[in-house]
Ligand binder design. Sequence first.
Ligand code: ZN
Length: 483
Amino acid sequence: MAIRLHFWGADQTVTGSSHHIECAGQNVLLDCGLFQGRRQDTVDINSHLALTPQQLAAGGLNAVVLSHAHIDHSGDLPLLSKQGYRGPIYATPATIDLCVPMLKDSAHIQESDAQFLTKINSRRSSIGMPPGPAPVPPLYTQDDAAQACQQFKPVKLHEPQLLAGSTKDAGFTMTTSNAGHMLGSTNVLIDAIENGQKTRLLFSGDVGRKNLPIIRDPDPAPAADYLIMESTYGDRLHAPIGDVKQKLAGIVQRVTARGGHIIVPAFAVERIQQLVMLLHELIDATQIADLPIFVDSPLAVAVTTVFRNHTEEWDEGPAAFAAKGEDPFGWKRLRYTQTVHESKALNDLRIPFIVMSASGMCEAGRILHHLKNGIEDPRNFILITGYQAENTLGRKLLDKLPEVNILGEPMRVRAEVDSIDSLSGHADQQELLDWMAPVAPTLKKVFLVHGELPAMTVLKAKIEERYKLEVVCPRRGDRFEVS
Ligand SMILES: [Zn+2]
């Protein structure tokens, strides 16, 4: 019996997760993520999915399994529907509820991007300039996103689910476990059955970490014959999570005392909710003053509702608030701002406050107005809370450039800038090695995905040394037969 693995995304890179598996004529897709990068690459890569539109329209794909809601794992699902797929997309209830606002938001970005390019082209021709690049139609629309969301089917952790065929002669079943990476995240164990014989393939999704705020710790890896594992931080160790709360308290105390504002660029999903709950804990413990806090991101508002509703995903942190009859993500002086008018009104507030807003790397969104308004005041503090890609405004701030451009204007960076980087949802090198320890004795081979080549190369050597296993780092389009 043979299973064919077809690697089609997040191969020697960290974005666009997608893996196609085939056994006895049955086809399953693990993740269907958006590739994020330079514009021309993204158009080419995202418009070619692992199966062609002809295959999709002919029912050539039996099922999709989504490991978690992050856009680099889920963001091409609307395109899959647009290209003709009408079958089930299996995910946990929390992942499904997160995907509804996140895919809608992603579609809105695709639509705005296409509109923007069209506008630029028409302006160029109206002043007699040669036209720029041809307008790109949106990769998908909000209608496509809504269609994909209708195809979701909820799965329960630890309960086997038939994906295709039958469990007797030929087919696929899957069993999910908690990945501890974000709300609703899973590891996916696929059982491929042919002639009554079973081969087990474990897909790590993104591997989480112990002691992250809000969510439960990762489950141990189940036994399997083959492992497809992420490797984002395969060459790095994180700072301990336990230090975050004290560092946060210190910053708030210091900036409040000097009458400044704390401006927090943060990802709308997970990071804002983590910070909100940690600040709530610090206020309840009277470690910081009960100052006004604003969450200024419409997407974060929708996402926080999902966090509030999915109590089955919570660890003891939010549960302790619920036991006291409190909302971990809401209290009197925390305000979720909805309108642009409310957002702009913060410019005139003269007392100390905290504002959290997207985008997390300061590339777009309402955070830009807050930075523009506050960056030149030395009493203020800009708190970077996540990974900052090269060439982003967030990276320039982190690199302590004395002057940056915000919304087209040069600004002096006089506010204090520092970062909290230990809230990462990704396991580091040691945590990845520890997570795979229970599955290592049964493995025949490891496929590393979702990592840049330098990180993968270091992790590959560590796995070979510690577990004496064969490790492969596939490229996009590579196919392997395993049995
Ligand atoms: Zn992720």
